[in-house]
Design a protein around this ligand. Sequence first.
Ligand code: FAD
Length: 421
Amino acid sequence: MKFDTVIIGGGLAGMACGIRLAEAGKRCAIVSQGQSALHFSSGSFDLLGRLPDGTRVEDPIEGIAALERTEPEHPYALIGAEACGLYADRAQTLLREAGISVAGSCRRNHFRVTPMGKAQPTWLTIDGYLTSESADSLPFAKVCIVNVEGFLDFYPEFIAEEFRRHGVECRFGCVNLPDLEQIRRNPSEMRSANIARVFDHDRNLEALAGRLCELAEGCDAVILPAIVGLNRNDALDALRSRVRVPIYLLPTLPPSIPGIKAQQTLQRRFRALGGEYFLGDTVVSAEWEQGRVKQLFTANHGNIPFRADDFVLASGSFFSRGLVATPDRIVEPVFGADTAYIPDRSQWYTLRFFDRQNYQAFGVRTDRSLRVLREGAAVANLYCVGAGLAGFHPVQEGCGAGVSLLSALYAADQILNSPRS
Ligand SMILES: Cc1cc2nc3c(=O)[nH]c(=O)nc-3n(C[C@H](O)[C@H](O)[C@H](O)COP(=O)(O)OP(=O)(O)OC[C@H]3O[C@@H](n4cnc5c(N)ncnc54)[C@H](O)[C@@H]3O)c2cc1C
């Protein structure tokens, strides 16, 4: 099989890169092993929430300019602050054109609310999810926090505790339906995606709307876990048209309905642009020719190679097995790319879970064009994008989705602007 570009990994970074290349007319394939980090997403895309020293960032592009001075290996520093602003706007357009409706600006963070009710700075939030303009205010004074009976991945009590700190009066409400009985029999089945499938049916959505009308009585807003709209886009609008007060969604523990929907939407967009998506296949090895990648081999296609002019490594970090930790090394398993890590294993992590963890910044080394380094030299036709890149702390800095999206669009431009294109 011959393509212009083959991308390894179909998470946020691989999809964004593939969509950009396909939009530009490139014949593009994505080979993806399985679920991506999007299936665990909060429904928000972070660009830069904090500087490495913990300072909260209000204007992410200004924050990136500061990073550029202090963290030269950070992916944003490689791309450059000015270009990051450009790619952030393009990423927002890409999401919108794909059909993911988001609000936010790369010049001013807003606040999303976590499944525990905490406010976190973020860049873009999918429409329908609760956000606020500041960390200590909410857009309501009296709220009903609704849960589905027996659903254990949503914590109204914790959320209420946080909301009450901001002076919000909280009440609880519960929803139950005959069609939920079957999945409730087994607690491990009582997960957001299964519940959302129940509410995909008109009669159940209608029953939910009726119950929310009762619960909203005397409140000025309703909070609902993200358990609607998995396979239909009109679910929240349908509820809102029936209920007198605003309804806001809050993310649940995984699986994430907004993340699964975002993944499906991006896949559809990529395919509609002519891209070929090989889901459930794993790239296992590469063949080299004069220091360039010639072709790839996958688990499902055996000795049928994937040939291309350019290749993009978007296989993620440890979470997606794009990086693998051995007792003494950090390995990138497909290409044997150079990786940045601390040789002394005792410094890889601290037992204090929420502290800054060194291993999070381990990853694939690249040059300033994001071309992968191998034995110290840049591979001319192999780029690395997304969570597998070295030099950033996605959790502490709140920059996970931003690094994936911006590096993907930047690498796509390197490919499109290369002399071969
Ligand atoms: C649990 C979790 C939750 C997160 N939530 C958020 C959030 O809410 N907001 C935010 O801004 N950031 C979040 N992040 C940060 C996240 O890393 C980025 O937002 C982004 O989604 C990562 O996308 P990616 O495409 O770079 O990597 P991934 O999403 O990890 O995708 C990599 C893909 O490559 C595939 N793959 C790996 N190896 C191979 C191979 N050999 N062959 C073929 N395919 C392969 C994997 O199966 C996977 O599909 C979260 C991260 C994690 C781990």
